[in-house]
Design a protein around this ligand. Structure first.
Ligand code: COI
Length: 358
């Protein structure tokens, strides 16, 4: 069946895969929902988007994204609210960041109307895929990649914008072990660290794999110049509670401007929790452990939400954090964030983009 919603053509699947989904065990990214949105950029303009069944696409092995890395994505989430409607969290902030990343990679911006209306129509089409169990949500992956077929090293003149979605559960199932990285580098100032471009992730695989082999879940990246200051954790920003104060590394061009990071800082200040963005050195962490003033550490990201850190390895030594209690700062903020997203608490900042379910 083909239909048209707010001028977007939808080719509905005739073979839904929803019955293949084990909603009680949603491994991150395992299932992709029935439909995807596609728009193509050619002759300096984006085509009318179309929603069609998710599946493989014909592409040239010479397409520039594969060779020179022009590929940018976002990670977002939609939630089923207590009144039955759907909320997409901070759609406009994600759109702004998407365009900032695209700009850094010499790629064309995606107009807000295409991003917002396209996502709205896609989520509406696959709303049955939004999981409803505690801690689960619909992960949304908008992305743009260079599709022009050329081997010359050049900025592509053709791109594809695709949105796909995936029902997901918690990214980590238990508090994680992280290793402060002092050999490898994720991003240097002036580089692409602040952009959500594919290369940042591919480049982190090798050191992360080494850390995994040593029993860690993630790497805690430090600044590229001196390996002295904490940057982020690659899949998420990082936050600490020291002397009762929430602290997180101040943004630089090497750190992703996380939407969850920003939301947590905003909520903390409203909850009268003192929150500070500043340089955080490895020494600060060591001192915090020695004095017992470092009481919490956690990752903050769209996929990870709030991910408690159990152990930080510094210069080869494991430092354990206290067990996370329900009244901890991270759990209080996580709860508040969840309540806002599902409509249990007022959304004073208008972070939720609501899709009414008919
Ligand atoms: C996100 O939190 O959306 C991320 O991009 C992290 C990871 C899944 C790539």
């Amino acid at each position: 069946m083909t239909s048209v919603t707010s001028s977007i053509t939808i080719q509905h699947t005739t073979a839904s895969r929803i019955n293949e989904v084990d909603f009680s065990n949603l491994e991150f990214g395992k299932y992709i929902s029935d439909h995807m949105l596609v728009s193509e950029y050619k002759n300096k303009r984006w085509s009318e988007p179309i929603i069609k069944p998710y599946g493989e696409m014909m592409m040239s092995p010479a397409m520039l994204a594969l060779h020179y890395g022009q590929a940018v994505f976002e990670g977002m989430k939609a939630y089923k609210m207590i009144d039955g409607n759907i909320s997409i969290f901070r759609i406009h902030k994600h759109h702004d960041r998407f365009n900032i990343s695209l700009g850094r990679m010499c790629m064309p911006e995606v107009p807000e109307e295409l991003f917002v209306n396209g996502m709205h129509a896609l989520i509406e089409t696959d709303h049955a895929w939004i999981p409803q169990t505690d801690g689960s949500s619909m992960y949304i992956r908008p992305h743009v990649f260079a599709s022009e077929a050329r081997l010359g090293v050049k900025v592509s003149e053709q791109y594809k914008f695709i949105i796909m979605t995936s029902p997901v559960g918690p990214y980590f199932n238990k508090p994680i072990r992280v290793k402060v990285e002092e050999t490898y580098v994720r991003a240097a100032e002036g580089g692409t660290g602040f952009a959500k471009c594919a290369g940042n992730y591919g480049g982190a695989f090798y050191p992360t794999q080494l850390a995994r082999e040593q029993g860690f879940d993630q790497v805690l990246w430090t600044d590229a110049r001196d390996h002295q200051f904490i940057d982020e954790s690659g899949a998420m920003n990082v936050m600490f509670v020291m002397d009762g104060k929430l602290i997180t590394p101040k943004l630089t061009s090497a750190i992703l401007d996380g939407v969850t990071r920003d939301s947590i800082l905003t909520l903390a200040r409203e909850m009268n929790i003192s929150a500070e963005e500043r340089k955080i050195s490895i020494k600060d962490l060591e001192e915090g452990f020695a004095k017992g003033t470092l009481t919490e550490a956690f990752g903050a990201g769209t996929a990870a939400v709030v991910a408690p850190i159990a152990v930080i390895n510094i210069h080869g030594k494991d430092y354990a954090l206290p067990e996370v209690k329900p009244d901890s700062i991270q759990m209080q903020i996580k709860k508040k964030l969840h309540n806002i997203r599902v409509g249990l608490e007022p959304d004073v900042h208008q972070w939720n983009y609501i899709i009414p379910v008919k």
